[in-house]
Write a protein that binds this ligand. Structure first.
Ligand code: SAM
Length: 274
């Protein structure tokens, strides 16, 4: 069941009623969740279920629900469990064991951010946290370069500027992006711009790299206009005379924000024309 991502007013009456009625609540951090329950005078027993014990515990918790008929709720520290949070192993094990699983829907930072981002919402890709290791991170971003759907990422505040730098490298300086912070809280702020302008704005504002953050990136433009293609050809023409094809494609992708494959195809076509 979902819990608020920062504003207690977002906790639904049904969520409170269900938490008070179940036999047990699984949560990431019992002290954190106890504070929430205390606020509503809920005394239901809490039991820790987090990234480090979920795989080990899921089987026995599910057996208890199935064999002893215990009604249990699952919460995470904030937002919707399983969304970059523990719970997948428990839910899938419960379903495999024939235990009924029901939802009490509510806040999730991903949907909250997407819905006010101004970016297309009809199709989107949730990527959660990017891998922090250089190689895995670069490979994940490379795989997303030509993704046409809006991209949604979670990120820790102290890593935001490094992340925006990596996004600029992968998607080009002109790709539009949105950084949302402290959603539903007092200092909720939304920054919109190209990756280049966002790096400038956020780099100059110490507040921007504090609090909780969701980063959204516009999908790759699908069709280059004639003017864009002419610009890509012009830049490639200059660069291919000065450097190797790989570098030329990378620089032009970065300068224009066009899809790397599209720039690569133009580079091949120009080479064939020569
Ligand atoms: N399960 C949660 C959900 O449904 O949104 C997400 C849990 S994940 C461990 C925590 C990340 O969610 C944070 O690092 C941040 O990226 C995002 N987040 C959570 N609360 C937020 C808020 N109030 N404003 C912006 N981002 C938030």
């Amino acid at each position: 069941m979902a819990t608020p991502i920062g504003n207690l007013g977002d906790f639904s009456p049904r969520a409170v009623a269900v938490l008070a009625a179940v036999d047990r609540i699984f949560c990431e951090d019992t002290r954190h969740s106890r504070r929430l329950l205390d606020h509503y005078g809920i005394t239901t027993a809490l039991e820790p279920l987090h990234a480090h014990n979920e795989r080990r515990m899921a089987g026995q918790l599910v057996a208890r629900m199935r064999d002893a008929g215990e009604a249990c709720a699952l919460v995470s520290d904030a937002g919707t469990p399983l969304i970059s949070d523990p719970g997948y192993v428990l839910v899938s094990s419960a379903l495999d064991a024939g235990v009924a699983v029901r939802t009490v829907p509510g806040p999730s930072a991903l949907v909250a951010a997407l819905s006010i981002s101004g970016l297309p919402t009809d199709r989107f890709v949730f990527e959660g946290f990017l891998p922090s290791a250089g190689g895995a991170r670069a490979r994940r971003l490379a795989a997303l370069t030509d993704e046409p759907r809006t991209l949604v990422f979670y990120e820790a505040p102290h890593r935001l500027l490094a992340m925006l730098t990596d996004l600029r490298e992968a998607f080009g300086a002109n790709r539009v992006a949105v950084v949302t912070r402290e959603l539903s809280k007092r200092f909720e702020t939304v920054y919109r711009g190209t990756l280049e302008t966002l790096l400038g704005t956020l780099g100059a504002d110490p507040h921007a790299t504090r609090g909780e953050i969701v980063v959204l990136v516009a999908g790759a433009p699908q069709v280059a206009t004639d003017a864009q293609e002419a610009e890509i050809d012009r830049l490639l023409g200059v660069l291919l005379a000065e450097t190797d094809q790989r570098t030329a494609v990378r620089v032009v992708t970065r300068l224009t924000g066009a899809r790397r494959n599209a720039v690569y195809r133009r580079a091949l076509a120009l080479a064939a024309d020569d």
